[in-house]
Write a protein that binds this ligand. Structure first.
Ligand code: ZN
Length: 138
């Protein structure tokens, strides 16, 4: 069995952003040489997410508005967590959107349904943050 590990770094311009990281993950898979197995991709921070969904801008706006409705960024004083920090909303948003995805690898490719794409969801950005890609198989 082969194993592969890589960290991908992101620094967003805005506090919140969604980035399609499918091309970087596919690059990792190619680099690993693994043809059949399992790929794990997870955010290494507790204020960002990795999730799978459609690459459609309207949907991303819907996610943003839905998450802001559930856990608005402001006022910062509404959250117990915001004593020294201002990112309670980011922790909550991340929890809803998830920490990681697991994708089957078949024939050297991500074994996706027709519209599945992998996204990095940033909720407290403007600083360097990491995503882990771990692949096992043969
Ligand atoms: Zn915090």
């Amino acid at each position: 069995m082969k194993t592969y590990r890589k960290e991908l770094w992101f620094q967003t311009k805005n506090r919140r952003e969604f980035i399609n990281i499918t091309p970087q993950v596919e690059e990792c898979l190619k680099e690993s040489g693994i043809k059949d197995g399992i790929l794990l991709c997870n955010a290494m921070h507790i204020t960002s997410s990795v999730f799978i969904n459609d690459d459609e801008p309207g949907l991303h706006q819907d996610f943003e508005e839905w998450l802001e409705g559930l856990a608005p960024e402001k006022p910062y004083s509404r959250y117990h967590h915001n004593g020294y920090e201002d990112n309670a909303d980011a922790h909550l948003k991340r929890t809803i959107m998830g920490r990681e995805v697991v994708v089957a690898i078949t024939g050297g490719k991500l074994d996706f349904g027709p519209w599945e794409q992998i996204f990095y969801g940033e909720f407290d950005g403007k600083r360097p943050k990491r995503v882990l890609v771990k692949i096992i198989g043969e």
